[in-house]
Design a protein around this ligand. Structure first.
Ligand SMILES: NC(=O)c1ccc[n+]([C@@H]2O[C@H](COP(=O)([O-])OP(=O)(O)OC[C@H]3O[C@@H](n4cnc5c(N)ncnc54)[C@H](O)[C@@H]3O)[C@@H](O)[C@H]2O)c1
Length: 271
């Protein structure tokens, strides 16, 4: 097998999609910097990475803290002499009606799912520019379709999409490739991090996670292949791609659908 020997950083690598991305690159012989706030999960990911043919190191790193990301970038420079791919994947789940969400719920969500990505890009920018590397930002279908009862998550992920579009035009002329991934729901441990004023949204999300026709490993494989092929906007779910096509052709169809969905949720909640 041809080994790429790519040097790859993954945030949120201790679970779910982050772990599967690490394994996908490990199978190509990558060297990985695995970062997360959960050290136990990181240890397990490194063990799996090594079994899959990769190598690397783990680092406890909270993406809310720029100094921890800068220290991670420095470790990458010292141990791997740079990086080729930065995957900003760490994220948390949230839900609840706008009128019930507190400003603290907003700050928490934005600080991880949006500012964690901004800070990741900023901390690694010198290494990415030096290597003409690649940034892969994990957003969500929520960046493209704003479902009811999750406004703070929708805004954070739409911000990740806007950041990625902004970086695409600024960095491509400098040789840095940028990609953004917008998956629909899929089964991971995402709900462990859920924060919101009520549990109704959590139960709805649990059903959606279980209903995914594709796994985190399938999504990691799509991300690997499509980013290597140079695609900017990566939509791993067939239904997500179809819905995005509908919204581009006639956004009102989707707005009407989301209002119907909100009315259905409200009716179920008042029963
Ligand atoms: N699972 C889904 O349905 C789904 C859908 C669309 C997008 N996503 C996105 O995929 C990404 C990965 O999530 P997942 O589904 O694998 O969930 P997950 O909970 O299994 O993994 C997320 C990882 O991020 C880590 N993390 C959380 N806060 C962190 C912080 N402050 N600093 C560093 N690490 C932190 C967690 O410890 C965890 O290991 C997230 O950005 C999520 O929003 C998930």
């Amino acid at each position: 097998m041809h080994k790429t020997g790519l040097r790859v950083v993954v945030t949120g690598a201790g679970s779910g999609l982050g772990r599967e991305l690490a394994l996908r690159y490990a199978r190509e012989g990558a060297r990985l910097a695995l970062a997360d706030i959960q050290e136990e999960g990181l240890g397990e990911t490194l063990r799996l990475v090594e079994a899959a043919g990769g190598s690397g190191f783990t680092r406890r790193c909270d993406v809310r803290d720029y100094s921890q990301l800068a220290a991670l970038a420095q470790s990458c420079e010292e141990t791997m002499h740079g990086i080729d791919v930065l995957i900003n994947n760490a994220g948390v789940a949230s839900g609840g009606w706008f009128e019930d969400l507190s400003l603290e719920d907003w700050d928490w969500q934005i600080s991880i799912n949006l500012m964690g990505v901004v800070k990741g890009c900023k901390a690694f920018m010198p290494l990415l520019l030096a290597q003409q590397g690649r940034i892969i930002n994990i957003a969500s279908m929520a960046a493209l379709m704003q479902a009811p009862g999750m406004s703070n998550y929708n805004v954070a992920k739409a911000g990740v999409l806007a950041l990625s579009e902004s970086l695409l035009c600024e960095l491509q002329p400098k040789g840095v490739q940028v990609h953004v991934v917008c998956p629909s729901f899929f089964q991971t441990n995402l709900l462990n991090s859920y924060r919101g004023p009520d549990n109704a949204s959590k139960e709805d999300i649990a059903k959606l996670l279980e209903g995914s026709p594709i796994s985190a490993a399938d999504i990691a494989d799509t991300i690997y292949r499509e980013s290597q092929a140079g695609h900017f906007l990566i939509l791993p779910h067939d239904k997500g791609r179809e819905a995005w096509e509908v919204k581009q052709a006639n956004p009102q169809v989707i707005y009407d659908e989301m209002v119907r969905l909100a009315e259905k949720k409200m009716a179920t909640a008042s029963r």
